[in-house]
Ligand binder design. Structure first.
Ligand SMILES: Cc1cc2nc3c(=O)[nH]c(=O)nc-3n(C[C@H](O)[C@H](O)[C@H](O)COP(=O)(O)OP(=O)(O)OC[C@H]3O[C@@H](n4cnc5c(N)ncnc54)[C@H](O)[C@@H]3O)c2cc1C
Length: 338
């Protein structure tokens, strides 16, 4: 059996390794845009205070997978899926343009969501969604430190990732301001009382927090970026947009797979094509949920490998899990909402 997996995040890698262990005769090929190996995405939001992060974040070099008889083709982009011929199109390697599959596993994850009003200002901000993004941010920071200047950061978005990044930057003593559109932090994950204690913790660590902010636009001014709101204008050395995530559904849409917010699957993680499964950030379950956290994704990947190896018959059920924010000195008193 030929299995192709698209994506080298926790979903794709966990599936590949488990399936390799259970199905010795399968030909497993994993395709990824990444070049840095398999790394821990959650550690990205700790990427400023840890000097060694570019090494410590790597969980496994891609060569370890090759040694485990998983054919990994890195630095390539899958540009199309031909469902009738069961082929994927690849860009980035000269010799291979298409590959055949019996089973295709979609594990393309998610990109950072950029709210439409910010799309015209893409040269004014950074994102923090992958290791390449983190390296760019660290390089920028280092260039200022070398000039004996400390960057003043603005984070747009006071959700889970925005608060984590602000907390990490505060540890380095860089000045940081959060702009949040709502009247409390992490309003989707925390009850009001916990939002208030999060605000107190972040303020105590030196983070400037501005709630109820309607940003009208961004503007470059010399080496600074201005944030223009209804009521004022302020300047920063760098802006990071942390406004949530967007599952990468384009390939699936172009291939005619059913999508909603993510790629729609049944409770067996099967899409509306009997040869194509989806898992991880990209999979939307029949209850309309995307289980975009490490614990349930790992569980999905292990379950799917067992199911396709005929060792599991029951449908996938989400394991109990509780997300939590990696904000220094903060612990929610109530369970997180999901
Ligand atoms: C900053 C940050 C902090 C987080 N912190 C936490 C946390 O503390 N706890 C927690 O549970 N979760 C956390 N999350 C969420 C968690 O990291 C994700 O839910 C999880 O990593 C998603 O895994 P995935 O394998 O589905 O997708 P991804 O990790 O996004 O991997 C997708 C892969 O597919 C590749 N790819 C995409 N399209 C193509 C293509 N066309 N061709 C080839 N390759 C392609 C990508 O390059 C990537 O390698 C965090 C996320 C971020 C960004």
């Amino acid at each position: 059996m030929k299995i192709i997996i698209i994506g080298s995040g926790i979903a794709g890698i966990t599936f590949a390794e488990k399936f390799r262990a259970l199905s010795l005769d399968a030909k497993i090929t994993l395709l990824s845009k990444e070049n840095d190996g398999y790394y821990s995405r959650p550690m990205l939001s700790k990427g400023f205070s840890d000097d060694d992060i570019e090494q410590s974040i790597i969980i496994k070099p891609f060569n370890d997978l090759l040694n485990n008889n998983i054919c990994i083709i890195s630095g390539v982009e899958v540009t199309g899926i031909n469902r009738s011929k069961q082929l994927v199109n690849i860009k980035g390697v000269d010799e291979i343009e298409t590959l055949e599959y019996d089973i295709l596993i979609l594990a393309m994850g998610s990109a950072a969501f950029i709210p439409p009003p910010f799309l015209p200002y893409q040269d004014c901000f950074y994102l923090l969604n992958n290791l390449v993004d983190l390296k760019k941010l660290r390089k920028f920071r280092q260039s200022m430190l070398l000039k004996n200047e400390r960057p003043h950061w603005a984070i747009i978005g006071g959700g889970l990732i925005g608060c984590e990044v602000a907390s990490d930057l505060a540890l380095t003593n860089d000045p940081v301001t959060i702009f949040h559109a709502m009247d409390r932090l992490m309003e989707r994950q925390l009850v009001e009382q916990d939002s208030q204690s999060l605000l107190n913790v972040l303020q105590t660590s030196g983070v400037d927090i501005r709630l109820n902010q309607a940003i009208k636009g961004l503007k470059k001014a010399a080496n600074k970026i201005q944030i223009i709101t209804d009521s004022n204008q302020s300047e920063y050395d760098s802006i990071i947009i942390c406004c949530g995530f967007k599952p990468r559904t384009e390939l699936a849409i172009n291939a005619g797979l059913e999508t909603g917010r993510g790629i729609k699957t049944n409770q067996f993680l099967l899409t509306n094509d009997k040869n194509i499964y989806a898992l991880g950030d990209i999979a939307e379950l029949p209850n309309g949920k995307l289980y975009a956290f490490i614990k349930p994704i790992r569980h999905q990947a292990l379950w799917l490998a067992s199911y396709l190896s005929k060792q599991e018959k029951q449908p996938w059920e989400a394991p109990p899990f509780s997300p939590s924010a990696k904000v220094n000195n903060f612990e929610a008193a109530h369970p997180y909402l999901f």
